[in-house]
Every structure is written in structure tokens, then in C-alpha cells.
Design a protein around this ligand. Sequence first.
Ligand code: UDP
Length: 240
Amino acid sequence: MKIDVMGVSFDDLTMDEAVARGLELAQGDGFSYAVTPNPELVMMARRDPDYQDDLAGAQLTLADGVGILYAAKILGRPLKGRVPGVDFAGNLMARMAERGLKLFLLGAKPGVAERAAENLRAKYPGLTVCGAHDGYFQEDEPVVTEIRASGADVLFVCLGAPKQERWMAQHGPRTGVHLAIGLGGSLDVFAGTVKRAPEGWQKLGLEWLYRLLKEPRRIGRMAKLPLFLCQAAGARARGE
Ligand code: UDP
């Protein structure tokens, strides 16, 4: 089932259901891509119809963060739960390792994807990371060719928004992978260059606050959350 939150259609799935769906797409024929929008990206889509199209083209749209859950509740159509992109990716990799599916990592500063690959191979024994490339390339075609030659089944695209969604929509089908997933800053987390909030904070839905305390420059981005929730309340009042 899909639930509309301010113009973006989210899949109403628990983490386990999302992982099962991701695995199905990764083993399917053809090409699919998944997106993990947070409130900031939903607001970006409201201003930019091209970006909205890129999000709408995804076969799997997961609610990254509590802000989307709050908005869905305000709108009177609650979602089952949040499915943070980085956790979804972790659970999917564990299942990919069991099935021998191959993963390519694209994005972040030079060296980060390679370091992430090393850490992920150690964390998920049996996982095949068949390639890695940084996210600061000038030409798309050589990167597409490299991914295709790797024979990857799944591609993590970590170029930040809106670049990663555009890239998946435009170039994804030619990479030969079955599933591409836009995952923002996840490679920095997997490489250990950015630390996640302790689990207690995550459970309380306070990961955003931890991130803000660590990186105060994010305040401009996060200040948009109250505005987003007000817009959701306005939409509810108008009966949208
Ligand atoms: N990035 C990239 N190429 C670019 C711009 C950004 O690979 O042209 C990477 C950047 O190094 C970082 C990620 O994209 O690893 C974006 O991280 P951010 O924290 O902004 O994403 P979020 O998780 O907040 O969406």
C-alpha cells in the first residue's frame, strides 16, 4: 500500500517487509530503484517538479526518519514505521550475503567507498562487494561501464540529494544492476568517517538531534522540519 505524504508516495512497510521487497527486486528481472526521502527531500520535491518525478519513478519509497512519520500521522494516514536507509541497507546486505548477490558502492569522497567495502566484507561474511567508485566523477559513461562490467546485482548510490535520485533515474537502467538504492551519506557511516547516534538515541527517534549536536552547520537544513509539519497540518485542514 502507498501513502501520500505531501506529494511523495511512500510504501507502507515495516523494516522486515521492506527488506523482503528489496531482495525480491534485487533478484528480479529488469531495473528498479529505491529512494529514502526525509522531510527535507519531500520539501525539495514540492519546489522542484523534476525531482518529484525522480522520486515518483522509484519502485520502492521508504520513510527515512521520524519527521515523515509525524507528518503521515498529522495527515491522518499513519505509516507502519520508519525505515532508515542506512539500516535498510544493513539488513539487505546480510540477506544478500546469504544469497551470493553482488554489490557495487558508488559515492562519497575518494577512498571512502573502498574503506566502506572493506568494513562491510568484514561485517557481513560472504558479501561480495564487486566494485567501488567515488562520487566526484565528471563523466557518467565510464562509471556506468565500470558498474556494468562488475556484474553487480545491487548498487548503492550515495551522491546526496537530488543528484543520486537523478543519477539512478537517468543512468540506472544501463548499469545492468537489478536494484539501485539512493542512500545519501551512508558510505561515510560504513567507512567509519561519520559516527551514528548511540542506539538509545536512535530508538527514541533522536538521531537527528545527535547529528545536529555533532554537525551544528546542519541547523539550516533541520530548521525546516517544523515548517514541514506545519505544512502537513495545513494540508490536513484543507482536507488534502
Ligand atoms: N557526494 C558525492 N558526490 C557529490 C556530492 C556529494 O559523492 O557530488 C557525497 C558526499 O561525499 C556524502 C554524500 O554524498 O558522502 C551526501 O551526504 P549527506 O550527508 O549530504 O547526505 P544525507 O545523508 O544527509 O542525504
